[in-house]
Write a protein that binds this ligand. Structure first.
Ligand SMILES: *Cc1c(COP(=O)(O)O)cnc(C)c1O
Length: 337
């Protein structure tokens, strides 16, 4: 199951969905119903699961569009059944069980009751059951992960015994897909790894994966500023001597964070960002003049140097998914096939 929520973490949901389906993915998943609609409007016929909550009109649209919904509570079961009866059709759903994430789903001990409720209400086709791991990217054998796998396995056993086990049982995200065979069950839900990003914090980059993102800009202006010259809002940086300062057309409005310590690649070397990052521009200090239009890399490789999303996790104190999904739509995406 290829997870293309949040516009495939900013990479472009229809493009990534098509690439994943052509490469062998069977199903897709998104977080909001509107994201499923975008896939259908792009002509993508594959099964799509919505992870999040839905409103009654969205349930109606899911029925007509054949989109699968997450059934995470008894209340949701009653809503789905009621809309299904009104439409005279079935709602397709995956049950959600909270095995230790504390976000969404019924507790393990309630699952049998929920499955029976769906059966009794009618109008609901239960295609799957799933849960989400809290610690899989931290360490492969974390006790919390082991407990979640065990709980999920017990839930499946009890459903099996009651003759209610759905076709698709799934628990693992990218980290589990690469590092935790015991969490794979019938299907894995892969998001970040699909986009060539490292699935774990503390383990090396998997050999099977390849980094694919490259975020680049170009030098808009390069000037020799006098000594003692303040750069950007608040003059947090002041030139110590006459210095070559280049201005780049990228800022926090593009998703380049307004935080200290940023670096970029120019002529295969690291150059420091100086002064505050503005909404639309930022400045870098260079050892010498460079031509306007010179390529500048913000994420990716240039010459022998590379700035990875792993590096930015520490600098920007956030996740890789957040880093790439925050690259604003005004930054054009170019796909190489
Ligand atoms: C986002 C998400 C995933 C994908 O996680 P990755 O770590 O990006 O692979 C899987 N399952 C659920 C429920 C999610 O919300």
């Amino acid at each position: 199951m290829a997870v293309v929520k949040s516009n495939a973490y900013g990479f472009g949901a229809p493009q990534i969905a098509w690439a994943a389906l052509h490469a062998g993915a069977d199903q897709l998943a998104v977080a909001r119903f509107g994201e499923a609609r975008v896939l259908r409007e792009a002509g993508i016929p594959a099964p799509v699961l919505v992870f999040g909550m839905v409103t009654p009109p969205e349930v109606d649209e899911a029925i007509t569009q054949g989109v699968m919904l997450t059934l995470h509570s008894f209340e949701a079961a009653r809503l789905f059944a009621q809309r299904a009866h009104t439409a005279g059709k079935q709602v397709r759903a995956h049950l959600k069980v909270d095995t230790g994430f504390g976000r969404l789903g019924v507790l393990s001990k309630e699952v049998i009751d929920l499955a029976r409720t769906c059966q009794a209400l009618g109008g609901i086709t239960v295609d799957g059951i799933y849960s989400h791991l809290a610690m899989a990217d931290e360490a492969p054998d974390h006790p919390v992960t082991r407990q979640q796998i065990e709980r999920f396995g017990e839930v499946l056993d009890s459903l099996q015994a009651a003759g209610l086990r759905p076709r698709w049982a799934h628990l693992g995200n990218s980290a589990a897909a690469f590092g935790l065979p015991a969490a794979r069950f019938d299907m894995v839900r892969v998001g970040t790894a699909l986009l060539g990003m490292k699935p774990f914090y503390f383990q090396p980059f998997p050999a099977e994966l390849q980094r694919v993102i490259r975020w680049k800009t170009q030098v808009a202006s390069c000037r020799l500023l006098p000594a003692g010259w303040g750069v950007s809002y608040g003059h947090e940086y002041i030139t110590a001597a006459p210095e070559w300062i280049a201005t780049l057309p990228v800022g926090y409005g593009d998703g380049f964070r307004r935080l200290p310590g940023n670096q970029v690649l120019l002529e295969g070397q690291r150059a420091p960002v100086v002064g505050r990052v503005c909404n639309d521009m930022c400045m870098v200090r260079l050892p010498h003049a460079v031509p306007v239009g010179s390529e500048v890399v913000l994420i990716g490789r240039q010459g022998g140097e590379e700035i990875t999303t792993d590096e930015l996790i520490d600098r920007w104190h956030t996740s890789q998914a957040d880093i790439v999904s925050s690259i604003n739509p005004r930054v054009p995406r170019v796909y190489f096939k």
